[in-house]
Design a protein around this ligand. Structure first.
Ligand SMILES: Nc1nc2c(ncn2[C@@H]2O[C@H](COP(=O)(O)OP(=O)(O)OP(=O)(O)O)[C@@H](O)[C@H]2O)c(=O)[nH]1
Ligand SMILES: [Mg+2]
Length: 380
């Protein structure tokens, strides 16, 4: 109630019958006294609201999660997937902001096709495609530009290349070259992406490579647990000790990088980083959710790129389940500090994949419980 209204209620209330001959206070004194009481009551109310909010916040348990892994292992994808599963989802503005990343991915996919054609000694059949190829090679996508109209020519050129007769021949030789991840998905969607009113879908957002910037963050809640996720880019991993109060680590590792020799991107580099992280003295009380990503890409790759060629002790052939279990065992064998490892084999770019979000909350709850019991020396 505003002060003026409260005061008029106060002065118009029937006065209590006087039993003494006390001097009647002047209206001026009454008003001053009332305003002082009113201000005191407002301060008390504000403090009570503040205390309620503090209590509510304290009941909400906040945990810090580090998302780590080598370049391209799926860190941003996993975080984005969790954001998409939040009840309020992502805004249209946020979707539109990923348009440049989708276009850049489409362009990189087309360039990797051109490289693969060159490597395989194949030429584009359609004469127009020679010009299209040089246009695609020199075209640049502005990171900040979310409009689609300026890219119409680039999209047309990519469309021409992708529908050239040489492409079918190229795809029959998949074992001889490496296209960027999800290249076929974006090239097949070239018309849809090129439309003026194009809005990225959940799947587009998960399959496009997010630009490598400074650490990205996400916040998730489930019940009374609130998780704050930080993506640690490879180049910043020396800073990981700053996060020594971390509850859990989400370590992302690609299942489909066993044939990659490029520094920082292959299986051996990922295993080395994992070993470094799980045996680090900074994370002795931390649990690890080991998210093995790109299950679909592993399935597609196994028949043409045998795992045995890169891992002579593997005996599971083209059975992708055996291959995933074998790769998981390679990671587990590096856990000398015997941290609790919770594995998840996932297709992180599938919008229906909800497995690892639930697993992450289970991991965090168990870790909090275990650490509390260990603090109380029950588990010593
Ligand atoms: N099909 C498929 N693609 C995936 C999966 N996980 C990641 N990708 C794709 O792999 C590419 C790289 O994934 P990112 O999430 O950007 O990798 P990152 O670990 O954040 O990489 P940096 O930030 O460069 O260190 C993107 O195009 C993703 O869409 C998956 O499980 N399946
Ligand atoms: Mg990233």
């Amino acid at each position: 109630m505003p002060a003026i209204q409260a005061f008029s209620t106060f002065v118009s209330a029937p006065a209590a019958p006087s039993t003494s001959l006390k001097r009647v206070k002047s209206p001026y004194v009454l008003a001053r006294q009332f305003l002082a009481d009113y201000a005191r009551a407002r301060r008390a109310k504000a403090r009570s609201v503040q205390i309620d909010a503090d209590l509510k916040r304290q009941r909400q348990l906040a945990c810090k999660i580090l998302v780590m892994g080598t370049e391209g292992s799926g860190k941003s994808t996993v975080m984005r997937s969790m954001r998409l599963q939040e009840p309020k989802g992502v805004s249209v503005d946020e979707r539109m902001a990923t348009r440049p990343a989708v276009l850049a991915h489409l362009l990189n996919s087309a360039r990797s096709v051109l490289d693969a054609l060159e490597q395989s000694g194949l030429d584009l059949v359609d004469h127009d495609n020679a010009d299209n190829a040089s246009f695609v090679r020199s075209y640049k996508v502005d990171d900040e530009d979310e409009s689609n109209s300026d890219h119409a020519e680039a999209v047309r050129a990519i469309d021409g290349i992708w529908h050239d007769a040489a492409i079918a021949m190229l795809l029959n030789r998949a074992e001889q070259f490496h296209l960027v991840d999800n290249a076929k998905y974006f090239l097949d969607a070239v018309d849809r992406i090129g439309a003026g009113d194009y809005v990225p879908t959940d799947e587009d957002m998960l399959k496009a490579r997010a630009p490598v910037r400074s650490s990205s963050q996400a916040q998730l809640t489930m019940g009374n647990i609130s998780l704050h996720l930080f993506e640690i880019p490879m180049q910043n991993r020396k800073l990981m000790h700053i996060f020594d109060d971390t509850t859990s680590i989400v370590f992302c590792a690609s299942l489909a990088n066993y044939d990659r020799g490029a520094p920082g991107a292959g299986l051996e580099d990922s295993l080395a980083l994992f070993e470094n992280v799980v045996n680090s003295r900074w994370f002795q009380r931390t649990s690890v959710l080991l998210v093995l990503t790109k299950l679909q890409l592993l399935k597609e790759k196994l028949p043409t790129v045998p795992l045995e060629k890169y891992a002579p002790d593997y005996e599971g052939g083209v059975d992708f389940y055996k291959a995933a279990k074998y790769i998981l065992s390679r990671y587990k064998s590096r856990n000398h500090a015997l941290l609790s490892i919770y594995p998840a084999i996932v297709e992180a770019a599938d919008p229906k994949e909800t497995h690892f979000k639930r697993l992450m909350f289970v991991t965090v709850k168990e870790t909090i419980l275990r650490n509390a019991l260990s603090n109380a020396s029950v588990l010593e």
